[in-house]
Structure formats: C-alpha cells, structure tokens
Design a protein around this ligand. Structure first.
Ligand code: FES
Length: 211
C-alpha cells in the first residue's frame, strides 16, 4: 500500500533544498537509523563570532520522508544560532511538512538527530562543550554504533565488527574483526577516527584490524 504523503512532503522530496555536501565543513555528522538502517549526513558552516549557521547541506540515503525532513530542517536551521537550531524538533519538522504518517516518524527523527549530531561535532571541535566528563568505554561504544559498515549498511557494533575497545591515557584503541586490505577498511577507520577524535580528552585514536 503506498504511504499517504502530503503535497508538501512530495514537493520537498522532488525538489529537496540544501542537498549535497560541503567541502571542508566546520562540522559534520553521519547518523544511522536503528529502525531501518538508513543514513543521513549533515554538513555545517558556522560563523564563529555570532555562532550562526551560515550554510548547511545534507545527503540522505533514506526514504522520501527522510529526504523531505532533511530539506525542511536545513531550511529551518539556516541563519539560526546553534542554540536555536538545537531546539528544532522532529515534531516541528513534521508539522512544517503538513504531517507525516506515524510509521514514518523515525525518518524525521533520523534527520533531526543528524542536525543535532553535527552541532555537537561543531561544539566538540571548537572546545564549546561545557560539561567535560571523562570519556568512558560506554561512550566510545555508543559512538561506534554510529559508524556504518558499508558492506551491509548497518553499524559496526551490530554487525559484530568490533572485537575490542580500550582506553588508556587518552589513547582510544579499536580492534576490528575485518580484513585490513578490504576496500572499505579505510572508510571505516576514517569514520571511527572522526567520531571519537573530537572528544575533549582523547589525544589519539588507533584502529587495528585482526586480519
Ligand atoms: Fe529509513 Fe525512512 S525508512 S529513513
């Protein structure tokens, strides 16, 4: 049965605003949905002084409602300060789209999570995180849950690629049960580093492969 989308959703799906990537962005994040395995990437440019989002782009590897929500939240976020943009909710995005079918709620949650993760990435990169708790192994694992295994489109924790995670004196070490010469090995390594390195007390990230 086709999903009943509103006219606005269809219009944003057909002509999404702010689609694409920003080269050398001030911040970026890739989020994956645990519900469907789809992904969204969000890129930001931020004016350091005013903390306003001067440019924002997204790439969606999700469905029509994810693309439409990505389009609407990037429109809502552009020109806002980081604090204002943090307040954008999936309900607000869904309302602006004339409503989304309940079965598609997770798709808009995914887009909003992508925006929030990109803002968090900016704050971490710029030392703006006020609450500086020491990083735990649990936090490292939580971040690894957002790194996708491109071979299957699910995260590397769920696909049991992570054999071991350790943390000692600011050095995070991740051991992967994956061939080092695999075509995706470098992508996975880079994504792990990107996810973990911004943490304030991490000095180095080492990714090793068992094979
Ligand atoms: Fe995966 Fe919509 S079904 S983002």
């Amino acid at each position: 049965m086709p999903v009943p989308y509103s006219e606005i959703v269809m219009e944003h799906f057909r002509h999404p605003r702010n689609v694409g990537r920003i080269e050398n962005p001030d911040a970026k994040a890739v989020e994956g949905s645990t519900a469907c395995g789809d992904m969204v990437a969000v890129y930001l440019m931020v004016d350091e002084e005013s903390q306003r989002i001067t440019d924002i782009k997204f790439e969606s590897y999700g469905c029509a409602s994810n693309i439409a929500t990505g389009s609407i939240i990037t429109e809502l976020a552009k020109g806002k300060t980081l604090e204002e943009a943090k307040e954008i909710s999936w309900q607000q995005a869904s309302e602006a789209l004339g409503g989304l079918p309940p079965v598609k709620t997770h798709c808009s949650v995914l887009a909003v999570d992508g925006l929030r993760a990109a803002i968090q990435n900016y704050e971490e990169r710029h030392g703006l995180v006020t609450e500086q708790k020491p990083t735990t192994l649990e936090e490292l694992r939580r971040r690894l849950r957002h790194v996708m295994n491109p071979a299957v489109g699910l995260d590397i924790i769920r696909t049991k690629l992570v054999e071991d995670v350790s943390l000692e004196n600011g050095v995070a070490r991740v051991l992967l049960d994956f061939p080092a010469d695999h075509q995706f090995a470098n992508n996975i390594r880079d994504e792990i580093i990107e996810r973990i390195e911004p943490l304030w007390d991490i000095e180095r990230v080492e990714v090793e492969f068992t094979e």
